[in-house]
Design a protein around this ligand. Sequence first.
Ligand SMILES: [Zn+2]
Length: 376
Amino acid sequence: VAFSPQDVEARRWLCERLSEVGLEAGTDCYGNVLGTWPGVQRAALIGSHTDTVPRGGWLDGALGVIYGLEAARVIREDRPDRSIGVDVISFQDEEGTYLPCLGSKSFCGLLQSGEIEAARSVSGEPLSDALGRAGFKGEPFRARPDRHIAFLEAHIEQGPRLISSGTRVGVVTSFVGIRRMTVSARGRADHAGTTPMTMRRDAAAPLFRFAAWVSEHFAAAGGPDTVWNIGKFAVEPGAANVVPSGAQLTLEFRDSDPDLLDRLEAAVYEHLQQLARETDISIEAQATARIPPARTTETVSDVIAVAARDNGCEPLLMQSGAGHDCMILGKSMPTGMMFIPSIGGRSHDIDEDTDERDIVFGCQVMVNAVERLLMT
Ligand SMILES: [Zn+2]
């Protein structure tokens, strides 16, 4: 995890490997690792993140960094005199142990004032303490649109679509937008044995009805890739013999179409009003996160798709249901992202794995895509 002794050691290790292939490598004050191809004005930027989640697997993040290292190594061996080079980056804390996408946000100049000071781990450690502990030094690295022709990120899919369709490469065309809201209901606690059903003001009842409506309505009105989740549901006071006086749930839904997200959100508010009228329970909904969808750059995606076809694979064009550093980088430069299969669609767990042949194949496609990009 970000800023652990292992993370710090891995970042130092990566600097050594990047230096070995002839890049000028170092870390910035956050622990971002950047390897810069010397003697060129322009370069493709390749990478991902080397931090992970607790008990995470070995590929989420690290794969895309090692593909960058390998691309720089073979392209330097082949043509050390190129006029356009390959820079390699490992961003810090993509997983948000302290602050999601800390490294890429800083790289793109998107950190808000006070964000560093406010960030804490789940155990309550301030990010500023972690930064002091890790001891990284140096000015923050910055995206350089004058230098970086594009950012390319490879990643395991973290879902089952590639593995189940037998496709070895996915080309990400978009990142889903996320809407998250908390819905709270207020009723009245009563004895659950003696209060007649008609006299109860059960706060949980309309939220159970709401949860059932969500699964029906989103299936009918959502798109083929819309996903939704009620991941938290709490009832107060929480006893078998007490009619609930309060209830609260969180609803999250994701899609890459912003208009569809708007329509679904409007339908949620309308349905909640209707439930409140029908049940005489006061219901409040509050939006807690609105992350807009993002797209990768078509010309860069085309280069990855052509490289996959050159290697005999018709790639799957897909949306990413998870956020990635690439989504942030899109605000600063053209971007492209490729996925390789995850066995069983597993990730964020120690069981996460990919067939070694798929890892090697994906790297071949990435290197060929970078070579094509350097020619354009
Ligand atoms: Zn990742």
